[in-house]
Ligand binder design. Structure first.
Ligand SMILES: [Zn+2]
Length: 132
């Protein structure tokens, strides 16, 4: 028996699409607001056409950390939509149990059930911050 009913899946798909569109809007605004015209001109130049200024150097101080987070979130949503398409959505990638509708409504991109997620986070904390 499938863990999610068709109407639940539809609800989650709509939620994912809405979040995706919101992220896309923010990325677009961020790009429009963050770039001064000089940098935008640099991006439009052909390679080797930037004179003695390195394009990589010119972009290095371009603060893209906000965009990186957005792009990661967009990738997560794309992956979740693909899992829906493949009928793999809502199934824990670690133990194969149902992730559960309430958890998916809170975290539509969740790949793991709450038990596996908590175990993973514990492992991550231990590996990431070794105790002296
Ligand atoms: Zn699990």
């Amino acid at each position: 028996m499938p863990a999610l009913s068709p109407s639940q899946l539809e609800q989650l798909t709509r939620k994912l699409n809405e979040e995706y569109q919101a992220l896309l809007r923010e990325v677009r605004e961020e790009l429009e607001n963050s770039g001064n015209q000089h940098r935008i001109d640099l991006l439009n130049n052909e390679p080797g056409d930037t004179g003695d200024e390195s394009l990589a150097n010119a972009l290095a101080d371009f603060n893209l950390s906000i965009l990186d987070r957005h792009i990661d979130a967009m990738r997560d949503i794309e992956a979740a939509l693909l899992r829906i398409k493949n009928g793999e959505y809502g199934i824990c990638t670690e133990c194969g149990d149902d992730v559960g509708f309430p958890r998916l409504m809170a975290y539509p991109t969740a790949k793991r059930c709450i038990v596996c997620q908590e175990q993973r986070e514990k492992r991550y904390v231990q590996e990431g911050h070794p105790k002296m």
